[in-house]
Ligand binder design. Structure first.
Ligand code: UDP
Ligand code: MG
Length: 321
C-alpha cells in the first residue's frame, strides 16, 4: 500500500496548529481504515521560522502521535514556497506520495480521498482547483484573476485557480528536485514536470483562525517572481516596442518633411523631431537585443532539466524512470 505524507508549511500558526493536526489525523485514519494508504502514513509540519509557539506545538503533537505527526524545523523564515519545497524534498524519501496543503485548512480536506483515488488511477500529479472564489474579498478575487491572466499572456503555463494544494507522487517530487533554481514559483514549475495529471475541485473556505500570512506586499512579490522566473517575454516586448518606434519614426519623418517643405515650421524643428523618434527607437531596439542575450543566459543558468523520462522500453526489461 502507498505511504502518504501530508506536507504542511506553517508560519506563526499557533492558533490553528492543533485543529489542523486533529483534522488531518482524522483524514489519515479514515483513509487507512479504507485501506487506501499505508498505516504508517503521516503529516509533516514544516515550521518556517515561526516566532510564536508553532514549533512547541508541533513537538507536543509529535510526542502524542509519534508515527502520525512529524516535523521539520527550518532555521529561519524562508517563505511559503521554500518551506513547502523543504517539506516535499524531506518527505520524498520517506513516502510514496505527497499532498501539500496550507496550515489554515482553507483548502477542503474532503477532496484528499479523491486525490488519492486519482493517484491510484495512474496520475502522478493531482491539482486541487478552487471552484469559485466566494469567500474572497472583491479585491483578492480580481487581483488573483488578473494575475492568472497576466501569467497566461506572458506564456507561463499555470493551472487556473490552483494554489499549492496538490498531490505529487514520489517520482514527480524526484523530478521536481532536479529543478535547482532559487527563485521558486511552484505553480509554474510543477506543470513543467509532465506525467499524467488530473484536477479535483473544491470550495475554498475562510481561515480556521488567525490572519493571512500573505499580505498584499508578499502577493505582489510572488506574482512578479512568477513572471520574471518563467518568462523572458518582457524583454521581447521591449524589442518589439523598439521596432515599433522606429516604424513610427518613419511616419514622423514623412510628417516632419511635409511640414518642412510647406514651410510652417520653426528653424531646426525637423531635424530635432526626426532625431528624437529615430534615436528613441534605436535605443529601445538595442536594449531589447542585448536583453535577448541576457534572457538566454538567464534560462541557461537555471540549468533546468531539458526533459524528464517517464518510461523506457528495451529488450531486457521495461523500466519506469
Ligand atoms: N507560510 C509559510 N511561510 C511564510 C508565510 C506563510 O510557511 O512566510 C504558510 C502559512 O503558514 C500557510 C501557508 O503558507 O500554511 C499559506 O499562507 P496563508 O494562509 O497566510 O496565505 P493565504 O491563504 O492568505 O493566501
Ligand atoms: Mg490561507
Amino acid at each position: 500500500m502507498d505511504k502518504l505524507a501530508i506536507v504542511v508549511p506553517c508560519y506563526n500558526e499557533e492558533e490553528v496548529l492543533k485543529i489542523t493536526s486533529k483534522v488531518l489525523r482524522e483524514v489519515l485514519e479514515d483513509l487507512i481504515g479504507k485501506e487506501k494508504i499505508a498505516p504508517d502514513s503521516f503529516i509533516l509540519f514544516v515550521n518556517d521560522g515561526s516566532q510564536d509557539r508553532t514549533w512547541n506545538l508541533i513537538e507536543e503533537e509529535h510526542s502524542a502521535y509519534p508515527v502520525q505527526v512529524c516535523g521539520v524545523k527550518l532555521a529561519r523564515n524562508v517563505g511559503h514556497q521554500f518551506a513547502l519545497t523543504a517539506g516535499l524534498l524531506t518527505a520524498k524519501d520517506m513516502c510514496d506520495v505527497t499532498i501539500s496543503i496550507d496550515a489554515d485548512l482553507q483548502d477542503d480536506v474532503a477532496v484528499i480521498e479523491e486525490m488519492i483515488d486519482k493517484f491510484h488511477a495512474g496520475n502522478d500529479i493531482v491539482y486541487g482547483v478552487r471552484r469559485e472564489r466566494k469567500t474572497d474579498t472583491f479585491f483578492k478575487r480580481t487581483t488573483a484573476q488578473g494575475f492568472y491572466r497576466l501569467m497566461g499572456l506572458m506564456g507561463v503555463k499555470t493551472v487556473y485557480n490552483h494554489a499549492d494544494f496538490r498531490l505529487m507522487s514520489r517520482r514527480a517530487v524526484e523530478e521536481f528536485s532536479k529543478y535547482k533554481e532559487t527563485n521558486l514559483f511552484l505553480r509554474g514549475m510543477v506543470p513543467l514536470i509532465g506525467y499524467q495529471t488530473d484536477n479535483v475541485y473544491y470550495d475554498r473556505r475562510e481561515r480556521v483562525a488567525g490572519e493571512s500570512k500573505y499580505p498584499l506586499k508578499k502577493m505582489l512579490a510572488l506574482a512578479f517572481n512568477g513572471i520574471s522566473s518563467f518568462s523572458v517575454k518582457p524583454i521581447s516586448l521591449i524589442l518589439g516596442l523598439g521596432l515599433f518606434i522606429i516604424l513610427v519614426s518613419v511616419l514622423a519623418a514623412v510628417y516632419a518633411l511635409v511640414s518642412y517643405f510647406t514651410g510652417h515650421v520653426v528653424q531646426g524643428w525637423t531635424s530635432l523631431i526626426l532625431s528624437i523618434w529615430f534615436l528613441g527607437g534605436l535605443q529601445l531596439l538595442a536594449v531589447g537585443l542585448v536583453g535577448q542575450y541576457i534572457g538566454k543566459i538567464y534560462i541557461e543558468v537555471k540549468e533546468r532539466p531539458r526533459y524528464n523520462i517517464e518510461k523506457i522500453l528495451t529488450a531486457g526489461e521495461d523500466r519506469s524512470a
